[in-house]
Structures are given as C-alpha cells and as structure tokens.
Design a protein around this ligand. Structure first.
Ligand code: HSE
Length: 405
C-alpha cells in the first residue's frame, strides 16, 4: 500500500480523489499495489462525506508522516503552496501539482530540490489540463530539437473568441455569458489579459530549451480589445482570431509571445474551438505534431495529476530527469518577431491605400458592407519593430498580428 496526501480539495483535488476511487483497479494494476489517500488538507471539514475522517487542517501532519510518499498540490496560488511543496520535497516526498502559477514562478528551485532529494516534482496538469504535453516533451520527443511550440492554451478565452466569431456577439456579452456558465472566473483578468497563457507558455518553453524562462519577459497581450467587427474582416480572409502563446526556438535565440493572432482555415489551430486547447509542436526531425483536448475541467485535469502520481510511485527511489536547470533563457525582443499585420484604417481610402502600398509594400485591402468610415489592409510578413515604425505615420484604428500565408 502506498499512501498519498491531497492538499486542496477544490475542483481538481476532488477530481483526483474521485478518479482514485473510480479507477482504483486501473491504478492498482499499474502500480502492483494499492494507492490510498491518507490525508486531505483543506480549510473546510466536509462532514457527512466518505472521506470526512481523512480531512486535516495542519500541514505538519503530512510533512512529518513518513508513510506519505506522494503529495498532490491542488490549492493553486503561491502561498502557502510554495513553502509547503518545498517542505514536502525536502522531506523526501514526491510532489505532483496542477498549479501553473507555482511552476512558472518557482519551478527552477523546486526541480532542483527534487533532484537533490532523489524525488520527483511533476506538473503534467499545469499546462493543457488533461492533454498530455509535458511528458511527451521530455519522453516521446526526447530525440528532437524543438523549434516551435504554438498553442491555444486557455479554454476561457478560446470559448469567448469562438462565440464572438460564430455569433457576432461583443466581447463583454460573451464574457458575461461565460461567467454565468461557470467557464470564466468572476475575476477573469488572468485569462482575458493572457497571464494564464503566458505562464503555461513559459513552462513549455523551459521544457523545450532546458533553461529557466522568466514568464515576466514574455510579451503578453490579451483579448479585451478584440471586437465583433474584427471577425467580420477575418471572415473575408477565411480566418479567425485566436489567443496564441508561441515560442520560436532557433539555437540560442528564443522569441516568445502571447497575442491575439489572425489565423486561416489551413492552420490546424483554426479548428480548435470553444473551451478546447490545442498545442502544435514542431521538431527538427518530426515536423509538426498537434496535441488536442480538454485544457481545463475537473476530471480531465485530475486525470493528468493521477498519471503523475503513478509515474512518481513507479520511480519511487529515483529522480526522473526532466524539466530545466538554473541557466536562464534569454527571450528575444518582440521587435524582431515576424508577422503579417491586419490594420484597420480611418480616412480617405484611395489616398491611404496608395500610401500604405508605398510604405508597407504589397498589401491586400478589405471593406465591410455599409461601412464608409473605415477599411482594412493586410500586409506581408515583416519584423514587428519595422512595422510599428511605419505604422506611426498612419491614422489607424487598431492592428492585429496575422499568420495567414
Ligand atoms: N482558466 C484556465 C482556462 C483553466 O480557462 O484554460 C485551466 O488552466
């Protein structure tokens, strides 16, 4: 019998307890012995439940109990998650977490402590929920040089953008609906401003480069400025707007950004809709492969946690080489990243089109039926810094990066 503890019985934590119960035979078969949750650490008591007797409120009970070999951290946030996870690893316990904020902020130190103590710190559930992506990066793709990771990594924003595209609704209206359906948090900032995608991208980029990535260095823009009108233009280009997190890795140079980007129907990520996530990985030998599925939710995310628990137990006395080291990965300035640009312009059309062509080179022009006051152009691919400098001369309403050719 192996004993585990679950810290935080919220959505994911309760999913873990449920899976360990419902798939008990599967887990036992994998391990060759039973896995039992000995403690559930939470602020609440859960009277009347089958696990009431396991609920504790004092972390030190877990820390001191030598029988507890695996600790699941599903509390979220940095405090007290960080000191408690650290203490568990130092006490020689394996830790499995779904907490991307913790991994993005303290992953380097926690991975190091895990190595020093010959235990494992695993976080498959922190990116893409139930989609296998972390383990494929350090196992299935271990012979590849990863050149690019581009993903739709946030279900809430993907749901909002999909609805705006399909139903022509405003951002505010869909956000409200998403909150009512429980897809979006009451405080949706982390999702809609791109911070959640940014942390997930930092983790994936660190996995791919083997170096520490400071998520604060990743240029991040959210979707709050995307309008229903942008989708009307996008439709003319057989395109849609998606919130992408992307890292392009060329030797030591890494561009990483989180941006709303117009992508066309030929892009595999175009078909990733609603709350689903999709992650494209390009390896130098493999070419492109895509991971698709439920990036959030109780059981999908808990499933990834349980798989990590099994992985940790199967490597009870060894640290599985994975993650990244203390060397820091520089992130190149977005000024040298390359995009096409969709630009909405306001003013005298003929004159502006002529000027745009002479400044940007070949462009395509678009107009909306009945819209006299504005029109739009799509440029060819160019460096962001050069584009921004050229654009400053124009009376523009807004621009969105595009990857259409
Ligand atoms: N808020 C996140 C999302 C949850 O919408 O994808 C999963 O990390």
């Amino acid at each position: 019998m192996i004993y585990a503890a679950v810290m935080g019985l919220g959505t994911i934590g309760s999913g873990v307890v449920e899976i360990l119960e419902k798939n008990k035979d599967v887990v036992t078969d994998q391990l060759g012995q039973e896995l039992e949750v000995k403690y559930i650490l939470d602020l609440r008591d859960f009277p009347g439940t089958s696990f009431e007797h396991k609920v504790i409120h004092d972390f030190s009970i877990i820390e001191k109990d030598q029988d507890v070999k695996v600790v699941v951290e599903t509390m979220g946030g940095l405090l007290p998650a960080f000191p408690w996870v650290k203490a568990c690893l130092q006490a020689g316990k394996h830790v499995v977490t779904s907490n991307k904020a913790l991994v993005a902020a303290h992953g380097t130190e926690l991975l190091k402590i895990a190595r020093e103590n010959q235990v494992n710190f695993l976080f498959e559930a922190s990116v893409g929920g139930g989609i296998p992506i972390i383990r494929p990066l350090y196992r299935c793709l271990m012979g590849e040089r990863i050149e690019e990771i581009t993903g739709i990594l946030n279900g809430t924003t993907n749901y909002i953008l999909t609805k705006m595209d399909q139903e022509g609704q405003t951002f505010e209206a869909v956000l409200k609906e998403a909150q009512e359906l429980g897809y979006a948090e009451r405080n949706p900032e982390a999702d809609i401003e791109g911070h959640d995608t940014c942390r997930k991208l930092a983790i994936l980029t660190a996995m791919a480069t083997g170096k520490e990535v400071d998520y604060q260095e990743i240029h991040t823009e959210g979707i709050t400025d995307i309008e229903a009108k942008d989708f009307l233009y996008a439709r003319q280009m057989a395109a849609s707007v998606k919130l992408l997190g992307s890292s392009q890795i060329e030797g030591d140079s890494v561009h990483a950004w989180v941006l709303p980007v117009m992508i066309g129907r030929n892009n595999p990520l175009y078909s990733v809709c609603d709350v689903f996530n999709g992650i494209l990985v390009r390896g130098n030998m493999l070419g492109e492969t895509m991971f698709y599925g439920k990036g959030a939710g109780k059981l999908p995310t808990a499933s990834a946690v349980v798989a990590d628990m099994i992985q940790a137990i199967l490597h009870m006395d060894t640290n599985v080489e994975m993650g990244w080291g203390e060397e820091k990965q520089e992130i190149a300035s977005t000024a040298s990243a390359k995009f096409q640009y969709f630009v909405r312009l306001k003013g005298e059309k003929e004159e502006l089109l002529e000027k745009a062509e002479s400044v940007f080179g070949p462009i395509k022009a678009f107009a909306l039926d009945g819209e006299e006051l504005e029109f739009a152009i799509l440029t060819e691919t160019m460096e962001e810094g050069i584009f921004q400098e050229k654009l400053s001369d124009f009376p523009f309403i807004k621009f969105i990066r595009a990857r259409l050719s």
